[in-house]
Design a protein around this ligand. Structure first.
Ligand code: BGC
Length: 398
């Protein structure tokens, strides 16, 4: 009888543990695993150290991480450093002091943040590099999008439409590894065209701190030095695209020069439908944030996380999960960013006369806030809800 009771208790314990381990991990290749800490009982506490909330996307990251943590019944403590390295280190140390079981970091400076990894390791706390890679350190896991591919997409969009002429490249912050990866991707596409003598890169500079004002200066100088003879500005994100567009506006060149971006910020989406910005990259935040929280829980429990890639950070090949980005322009903005519920149709088109708004069918698409045509007929080739599934829409689909 006693043995039976014990067996029952053991069975219950095993199924409870199995249930607790039922956090979805992204499918795929090699396994990455935590730095040693194992939380086997009690509520999990995740620390999230963020560089900034300046760009609209980071506000989404914060909200979505908090929402996912709530949904999974774990606590998340968020700190935002407002671009200050010393403050980010202090805040991260503070999170460790508060006893977080796992630390996620979106670093301001990828090199400097190595000291955060070292501090976490000293306390046996596993650490996830979120969106931006922390360099030269023993990071457990890197979760981001395919950033080199984003750079390639930006450059290819421009080169397909302007195969000859003068190009300007506006990079992001040189202390952000993403800016370097984007540049690598951009050059993968542009260098062969330079070598063929088709295009000339007349300016190639990083905008410090991803500042729009820096992008404005870089573009303004390039325009002046080349008598406004520029066919494309490969801007690395929407913020810098906004700065470059101001420089173009001053020369009455709005809409005449190709210009890329990244993030699908509302302001950028508005500029796209108004013909001021050519494209942006939509790198969906929801799967990023949710995968990060799910992985954080696994690492806190000492479980392994399935990864799809590795990225070298100068010290090791960091096990990585790199999600798919998507090109967005005027032609597909409704089927992508709006259909996914990331931006609302009404907001994106608010500066466009209503009669020129695309007519999309109802609110039946996933998150779509579509506008029904007056006669109830969708003008898109296919109604929103019957569009084929797009890779990004399937969360964690890799
Ligand atoms: C992110 C971009 C963002 C930029 C500026 C990059 O690391 O990947 O989405 O626009 O930082 O915050």
């Amino acid at each position: 009888m006693r043995t039976e009771t014990m067996l029952t208790i053991m069975l219950l314990l095993v199924s409870a543990l199995a249930l607790a381990g039922c956090v979805n991990a992204p499918p795929g290749g090699s396994g990455g695993s935590g730095g040693g800490a194992k939380k086997t009982s009690g509520p999990i506490k995740i620390g999230f150290s963020m560089d900034t909330l300046k760009e609209e996307r980071w506000q989404r990251d914060k909200e979505l991480v908090e929402a996912k943590a709530r949904a999974l019944g774990v606590e998340v403590l968020v700190q935002v450093a407002n671009g200050d390295d010393a403050l980010q280190i202090e805040q991260a140390e503070n999170l460790l002091t508060q006893g977080v079981d796992v630390l996620m970091v979106a670093p301001h400076n990828g090199q400097v943040a190595a000291s955060i990894v070292n501090a976490a390791k000293r306390q046996n706390v596993p650490i996830i590099s979120y969106d931006r890679l922390i360099m030269s350190s023993d990071v457990d896991l890197y979760i981001s999008h395919q950033v080199v591919k984003i750079g390639e997409m930006q450059a290819k969009y421009c080169l397909d439409r302007a195969p000859k002429g003068n190009y300007v490249i506006v990079g992001g912050s040189p202390t952000d590894n993403n800016a370097l990866l984007l540049h690598q991707g951009q050059m993968n596409i542009l260098q062969p065209a330079v070598d063929r003598g088709d295009i000339k890169i007349v300016a190639d500079q990083y905008a410090k701190e991803w500042k729009a004002s820096e992008a404005l200066n870089i573009t303004e100088n390039a325009l002046t030095q080349n008598n406004n003879n520029i066919v494309a500005v490969v801007a690395s994100n929407d913020g810098t695209a906004g700065g470059a567009i101001q420089a173009l506006e001053a020369q009455k060149l709005t809409g005449k020069v190709l210009i890329s971006g990244q993030d699908a910020d509302l302001a950028a989406c508005q500029r796209i439908v108004q013909g001021q910005q050519s494209m942006t990259i939509y790198a969906p935040i929801k799967p990023l944030a949710e995968t990060a929280v799910e992985s954080a829980i696994k690492l806190a429990r000492g479980e392994s996380v399935q990864t799809t890639d590795t990225v070298n950070n100068g010290k090791k090949d960091v096990p990585s999960i790199l999600l798919e980005p998507l090109v967005v322009d005027k032609e597909n903005i409704v089927q992508t960013v709006i259909r996914d519920g990331y931006q609302k149709l009404e907001a994106v088109y608010q500066n466009v006369p209503r009669e020129q708004w695309p007519k999309v069918a109802g609110n039946r698409g996933r998150g779509a806030s579509g506008d029904m045509s007056e006669r109830g007929r969708p003008i898109l080739a296919l109604p929103v809800w019957s569009l084929p599934d797009i890779a990004f829409a399937t969360e964690n689909s890799r």
